[in-house]
Design a protein around this ligand. Structure first.
Ligand SMILES: NC(=O)c1ccc[n+]([C@@H]2O[C@H](COP(=O)([O-])OP(=O)(O)OC[C@H]3O[C@@H](n4cnc5c(N)ncnc54)[C@H](OP(=O)(O)O)[C@@H]3O)[C@@H](O)[C@H]2O)c1
Length: 245
């Protein structure tokens, strides 16, 4: 198959591209300097020229861009997958959050992603929307939990982590496998890719610290106390236990 993937300079997309190429799929990127997301005709022409089987939209960018691509894909018989976030739910509430619950984010990022979801669903009922938790990569340097821990330690001399908070999280490798599986046989709809079977942030940070040579000063705190995970029963998703074994 041919995949047109946005956000290849980001965190998730390059790992997905490697996974797809390993199975001999074609992967094309989206150079925003050449094809502006604000230029509707240029976007449509680019998708038409590429003729992908899938558009995988992992980049940030406007809800207009997301909705326009979703509509173009529907019109051309191209499948469309968009990654959203657990942050569409109000992070001050305790979960686990069900798929059916209305997004109620109060912060800008969560409201922006919820708006993208809404616009995509309206433009393309055949789309797949996959909500992700906090991604755990193997090294600092991009938008993942390891980078957060390393950066916070560097900037503050220590990282305060709650032993009462169970974050929505997944290893990047497991997320990419689940996204690929959705492309292979996932029906249209909304999915929540949860990889945390119940580890608290303190437990995860301690485990990651061990793997990174105990380089960070992890400071345990008791607050906040809540479950930030998402419910999902339709996706087989690798869990953190297997990664930390
Ligand atoms: N990483 C996580 O922990 C996490 C958690 C939950 C959800 N997600 C979601 O998963 C998707 C991928 O995440 P990620 O961590 O790979 O993101 P990321 O590392 O922040 O990368 C996002 C990419 O989006 C593109 N981009 C940035 N600003 C843009 C703009 N103004 N307009 C259009 N494109 C822009 C850039 O790619 P190009 O320069 O290649 O265009 C950038 O590398 C995102 O939708 C994110 O919301 C990620």
């Amino acid at each position: 198959m041919k995949f047109l993937v946005t956000g290849l300079n980001g965190t998730v997309a390059p790992v997905l591209a490697v996974r797809l190429r390993r199975d001999h799929h074609d992967v094309a990127g989206w150079d925003r300097a050449r094809v502006s997301p604000d230029d509707r005709d240029a976007c449509n022409a680019y998708i038409a020229q590429q003729q992908p089987d899938w558009v995988i939209h992992l980049a940030m960018g406007s809800p207009d861009w997301a909705a326009e691509m979703a509509a173009t894909c529907l019109g051309r018989g191209i499948r469309f997958l968009f990654t959203s976030t657990v942050s569409v739910f109000d992070g001050s509430r305790s979960g686990p959050f069900a798929r059916e619950q209305e997004p109620d984010a109060r912060d800008e990022y969560g409201r922006y992603k919820a708006e993208c979801e809404r616009r995509i669903r309206h433009a393309n009922p055949d789309a797949i929307i996959a909500r992700l938790g906090w991604q755990i990569g193997d090294a600092p340097g991009d938008n993942n939990m390891v980078d957060f821990l390393a950066r916070t330690h560097r900037e503050k001399g220590g990282v305060e982590v709650s032993s009462g908070w169970i974050p929505s999280a997944a290893h990047l490798g497991d997320t990419v496998e689940a996204l690929y599986a959705l492309c292979c046989d996932g029906p249209a709809g909304l999915y929540q890719l949860e990889g945390n079977p119940g580890w608290t942030f303190f437990q995860i940070a301690t485990e990651l610290n061990k793997r990174h040579g105990n380089a960070w000063n992890i400071v345990r705190k008791e607050e906040p106390r809540r479950d930030g995970r998402m419910d999902e029963d339709r996706v087989t998703m690798g869990k953190l236990d297997a990664r930390f074994r």
